[in-house]
Design a protein around this ligand. Structure first.
Ligand code: ZN
Length: 443
């Protein structure tokens, strides 16, 4: 592991203030910064390009936005938070009463201290977001307000990026994240930085599988990427959407539509081995970009490890999803979980006994404990640690040889017998060295 939490925190702080959307210069600036972590392949798709049933929208850029009261005081200013503007607001400069203005002001009465996050991508509109407490303090019925939004909504392009890591086999897995949200940390700077640092870690390893990392604006970016890379995407075996990965709550896992695909099983095995409690969420056709990747034409099984999952935490889509809610340590912890998941995708192998006719004699190969052993059901608390690990090793040897008919993988055996993946793999490699087992990477 070459990633330190301080380095992740440094990028969190740099990326957090940037105004991002589904298009625009904030997205380019974000990718330019991520390019310091991994060399991204960045591309632009022109506004108006047809991508399946959708069309790439006009490009949006915002320079300034405020509302002044009749004393000339700015009572909302984009400078204070880029959540103050409804994302994709069209330009306006007008004086108006609160009656005319009120349908363009958004707040949460139930969470009076936070600024909500609002967008209007596909319907030309404008608006401001404010905390309910500020709204009550700063707005009055009998005042005329001056409203100013200096934005562009005109033909331009949508920015996409990917990073491909080639392993020794042609099997390819997908990691996708979206970077279209402005200043919010869990949704989804946590996913963006997890992706970048995970890609950097994998880029430094010798790998069997190939991995495709995609950085896109959610929904339209995923659709555009699929349309422009259709044949490559249709070859992908499975993958993960990295979204909301470092909040303060519990871990969760949103399953693939298969529910028990290898993509799911390596996640469950990893959580079980780590002793971390987590919530399992069934697949539903709502959520993030798994909706596109798992659609009938692609049918890529996609899972997502969350902490906390979107819609499940009160800070979600508000100004409270900030750098107090997410830190470098939490992102690093989820990165470690993903490295453990990937280790299983890399190492899971079919076991084939090279001595299938009755048991091989373990003793003459130094594989049987020299002193008599316990029976397999003995209460482990009565055993000393050394004898216990020797017994686990013998049990594992016996299971590996027993399942060596070419129909079971290391993961199958670990799941059935509550064994630790890496320990079982180590013992399987030892049996391979002794000429008793053949491991083939074909899962
Ligand atoms: Zn979101």
């Amino acid at each position: 592991m070459n990633t330190a939490p301080q380095e992740i925190a440094y990028y969190l702080e740099r990326l957090f203030p940037i105004s991002r959307s589904i298009t625009g210069n904030g997205n380019r600036e974000t990718l330019k910064i991520l390019n310091e972590i991994i060399p991204l392949n960045i591309s632009e798709v022109a506004s108006g390009t047809r991508v399946y049933d959708w069309e790439v929208p006009k490009e949006w850029n915002i320079r300034s936005a405020w509302i002044k009261n009749n004393m000339g005081e700015k009572i909302i200013d984009l400078v204070d938070s880029n959540l103050h503007i409804v994302n994709y607001s069209i330009p306006i400069h007008k004086k108006m009463s609160l009656t005319d203005l009120s349908s363009h002001i958004h707040f949460f009465k139930s969470q009076p201290d936070v600024i909500p996050y609002r967008t209007s991508y596909y319907q030309e509109n404008w608006g401001f977001c404010i905390s309910y407490n500020s709204y009550k303090k700063k707005f009055a019925d009998d005042t005329i307000y001056e409203v100013f939004i200096d934005s562009d909504l005109k033909p331009g392009s949508l920015t996409l990026a990917d990073f491909l890591i080639n392993g020794s086999s042609s099997k390819e897995y997908l990691f996708s994240t979206y970077f279209c949200h402005p200043s919010m940390a869990n949704d989804n700077l946590s996913g963006v930085l997890l992706s970048a640092f995970l890609a950097r870690e994998l880029g430094q390893m010798k790998l069997k599988n190939s991995y495709r990392f995609i950085f896109i604006p959610e929904t339209i970016g995923a659709i555009a990427y699929c349309a422009l890379n259709e044949s490559s995407m249709k070859k992908i075996i499975g993958g993960y959407v990295l979204s909301c990965v470092a909040g303060k709550g519990m871990y969760g896992y949103k399953q693939t539509f298969f529910e028990n695909h290898l993509i799911d099983r390596v996640v469950h095995q990893t959580f079980k081995e780590s002793g971390i409690d987590y919530i399992t969420y069934p697949f539903i056709p709502q959520g993030s970009d798994e909706r596109q990747y798992s659609s009938p034409g692609f049918r890529i099984p996609i899972g997502s490890v969350h902490k906390d999952k979107y819609h499940e935490y009160k800070e979600y889509h508000t100004s409270a999803d900030n750098l107090n809610f997410v830190n470098g340590e939490a992102i690093l912890k989820t990165l470690e979980i993903y490295l453990s998941i990937i280790n299983k995708l890399e190492e899971n192998s079919i076991v084939l006994s090279l001595n299938p006719n009755c048991e091989p004699q373990l003793g003459k190969r130094g594989l049987y404990p020299s002193v008599g052993r316990r029976t397999m059901n003995i209460n482990k608390s009565n055993e000393n640690v050394e004898a216990d690990s020797e017994n686990i090793e013998l049990d594992t040897i016996l299971w590996l040889l027993f399942y060596g008919d070419g129909n079971s993988s290391i993961l199958d055996i670990c799941e059935k017998h509550q064994l630790h993946f890496n320990n079982t793999l180590k013992i399987a490699k030892k049996l391979e060295q002794k000429g008793l087992l053949k491991l083939s990477f074909n899962c």
